[in-house]
Design a protein around this ligand. Structure first.
Ligand code: ATP
Ligand code: MG
Length: 704
């Protein structure tokens, strides 16, 4: 069969064998070799005009960035130790062990240590220290509930500290000790970051599972992490949808028990109440937050942990295959999340920051819970969704709290772009200083809309490339006055990051060129392991090319040293011997005014080996018809070249996405290749899918 013949089967290959047992080393990665220069317009440079006027910036010039970058590369241990020592350490780390590591499997097992021997507590640094420094009455969280008329609460650093201590004492009462892993399955309410901090305070490890995952997905994670305590919530409204978290948590606990692991306690926050969301309660196992947490003392001495003691595990979003429980430790993660937050968003003391990510993702960990609080920032915590009640919600929030930095995902930007400019234009966004994006490559069309329509051409767009595994930003255009921004380019490495491009034979590519994006040296928040399976972590990230961390993304470096992400290296098509990144074709399609979103996969093709199948969702006012199909095909030929001519255009109402908003290409591949004959039960792990009905609709409208 075609799937069996493919060189870059990626997860399609895994699915045939069934997910559970498949190992990542089965995947053969390849590089795109299309004429990317054409689409990556290296000469298109944008310099926002007034962003630095009258405003102090952490970085004053490109030269200052270059100087600091050079220092960080020349002496990483020294560079990061200086920054680390601006935090509180109960016991200082010995300078000799500030950074020790092995990145080379030929030498021995992979090991990464930062600040080992030092004793600290990240919760103390994020909360107590701010209060001690006089920020007790500063707002930490502006909580914006789902509905406009809903709950809106400001919570100060002092209040956060008190509640964190109460939750920490409750955890102790439920028997949680240093090193135990606690599962957090909650909506995006302030109690979620508070619960994370409470775990960290007592040296417990948190595993946050996004509050939209199914019972199976949650059970799998509870079982994997052996959580004895689950913190959850009765239910929540996201947009117009009721999500019954407690019910799902109960179901997950049952599933876990059936596999042999028992959940001892559930701590349940009441968000909706019995009128809107009824829950079952088991005496001795289930505890209401109000009953257990409220009476606790607001004093809880932090547990002083080693810099290399685990802080959290977080399962990746699962775009490509089985989620992996990525392990991060305390010291390096603390230093790196705080430092990237400070520089990427140029955070100044009066600013109000707004990240739309849920704490269920790494973005919420590093840029809601830890990075902002470690910097004493005020931020918006938003429970709802960007298009509810209307697609102007995000900009209304910006207006209401006078937000300086907004940080969101290309998928949200594209959705709001499709809804139309009028929802943006009617709002006051004059407070905005910086526009951040994360999660996927941002296509130039969406970039321009974000920059021009949302930011009125004043604000830099900070396109941050990083991963769950990296813990913090790796490649990004820092908001430096006068910096040349290139729409669609992740741009330049952060301090201490040494990106390397390797060709298929493992040779380093100098200067301009493209290949596998690797990292040559550890940065402080490098993943330390995959929970319970260090070997798997070595296999995935360190085995194909020895001596480097393999990101799994493809990348191109242009003549100015800017990095352009070309998509995942398992999302590459081989059309008549030409390697084409799916992201390239998607970017070209989205440039057309009729196209809102595009997802491209390969299909079997007798002559070409592999053909191009494009799923396209249209902007509101366009009709799907044959003329438009022809036009789009011509358009891609013109943009990239005849080798990238799509064989099939499939107009779709929506494409399947993970709950973090990333396109699930492996499912699209399956539908494209098998059409209406596709076996719905053979789609592999669909537990991370946001809306399963989208898949049904695609099968029905299949173009073959
Ligand atoms: P899994 O590893 O389980 O398949 P995932 O890779 O989607 O899931 P994350 O760690 O959330 O899990 O996402 C990191 C990936 O997202 C990166 O490897 C990259 O492919 C993509 N990405 C994130 N930010 C950017 C960006 N600014 N530009 C391009 N790609 C990005
Ligand atoms: Mg990944």
């Amino acid at each position: 069969s075609f799937l069996g013949n493919r060189v870059n089967v990626g997860c399609a290959g895994k699915m045939q064998k069934g997910n559970e047992d498949s190992r990542d080393e089965d995947v053969l990665y390849h590089l795109p070799y299309a004429n990317l220069e054409r689409h990556h317009d290296s000469d298109n440079v944008v310099v926002p005009e007034v962003f630095h006027e009258g405003r102090a910036t952490h970085l004053k010039s490109l030269d200052e960035y270059k100087k600091l970058y050079e220092e960080s590369i020349a002496d990483p241990a020294g560079f990061w130790s200086n920054i680390a020592r601006s935090f509180y350490w109960k016991e200082d780390f010995p300078s000799a062990t500030a950074c020790t590591y092995n990145f080379d499997l030929n030498v021995g097992p992979i090991a990464i240590n930062w600040f080992k021997g030092g004793k600290t507590n990240i919760c103390y640094n994020a909360v107590d220290r701010q209060v001690e420094n006089g920020l007790g009455s500063k707002v930490a969280f502006h909580y914006e509930g789902n509905d406009l008329e809903d709950e809106h609460r400001d919570i100060t650093y002092e209040e956060v500290k008190d509640e964190v201590c109460r939750v920490a004492n409750s955890l102790k009462e439920m028997g949680v000790k240093k090193g135990d892993c606690v599962c957090l399955y909650m909506p995006m309410v302030p109690e979620l970051p508070i619960a994370m901090l409470a775990c960290a305070r007592i040296g417990a490890v948190h595993s946050v599972v996004f509050g939209g995952f199914s019972a199976e997905a949650l059970a799998g994670r509870i079982f994997d992490a052996k959580n004895n305590v689950v913190i959850t919530c009765d239910g929540v409204m996201r947009g117009k949808k009721l999500i019954e978290l407690k019910k799902v948590a109960d179901e997950a606990a049952k599933l876990s028990q059936a596999r042999g692991h028992n959940v001892g306690h559930k701590l349940v926050l009441q968000r909706l109440g019995p009128e809107k969301c009824k829950v079952d309660f088991v005496e001795g196992v289930d505890h209401w937050w109000n009953e257990m947490v409220k009476p606790q003392s607001t004093v809880c001495e932090p547990e002083w942990v080693d810099a290399e003691d685990p802080l959290f595990i977080l399962y990746t979003s699962g775009s490509t295959g089985q989620p992996k429980g990525i392990l991060h430790t305390t010291g390096g993660y603390m230093v790196y999340s705080a430092t990237t937050f400070k520089y990427a968003f140029d955070y100044q003391p009066e600013d109000v920051f707004f990240c739309t990510a849920d704490c269920g993702w790494i973005t919420g960990h590093s840029y809601v819970t830890y990075g902002p609080l470690l910097n004493g920032a005020s931020q918006v915590v938003f429970e709802g969704v960007p298009n509810c009640p209307r697609p102007d919600r995000l900009w209304r929030i910006v207006e209401k709290y006078r937000v300086q930095q907004v940080y969101t995902a290309p998928t949200a930007i594209r959705a709001l772009m499709v809804a139309g400019d009028k929802y943006v234009k009617g709002t006051d966004r004059s407070s905005l200083k910086i526009l951040g994006t994360v999660g996927e490559p941002i296509n130039p069309e969406a970039w321009n809309w974000y920059f021009k329509v949302v930011g009125d051409e004043r604000c830099p767009v900070v396109d941050t490339w990083w991963q769950t595994e990296t813990g913090g930003h790796m490649i990004l255009p820092l908001p430096i006055p006068g910096l040349h921004m290139k729409p669609g380019a992740a741009s330049l490495p952060f301090f201490g990051v040494v990106p390397v491009i390797l060709d298929e034979d493992g040779n380093e590519v100098d200067g301009e060129g493209q290949g596998f994006l690797m990292v040559k040296k550890p940065w402080p928040s490098t993943l330390r392991s995959i929970s319970g399976d260090h070997e798997r972590m070595q296999d995935i990230y360190f085995s194909r090319f020895k001596g480097y961390y393999m990101s799994g993304d493809g990348c191109r470096r242009d003549k100015d040293g800017y990095y352009w992400l070309t998509g995942r290296v398992d999302d590459v098509l081989n059309v008549s011997g030409h390697r084409i990144g799916t992201a390239e074709v998607e970017s070209a399609l989205v440039l057309h005014p009729a196209v809102g979103e595009a997802a491209v996969v390969g299909i079997g093709h007798d002559i070409k080996g592999e053909g191009i199948y494009a799923y396209v969702t249209l902007m509101n006012k366009f009709q799907p018809d044959d003329d438009l199909k022809k036009e789009l095909i011509q358009y891609v030929r013109k943009e990239i070249g005849p080798i990238a001519t799509p064989d099939v255009i499939h107009f779709a109402a929506a494409v399947p996405k993970t709950r973090s908003g990333k396109i699930m290409r492996r499912i699209l591949r399956k539908i494209a290749n098998e059409g209406s004959k596709v076996d719905k039960d053979g789609l592999g792990d669909v537990s991370t899918l946001a809306d399963p009905s989208v898949v049904e609709a695609l099968i029905e409208t299949h173009a073959n």
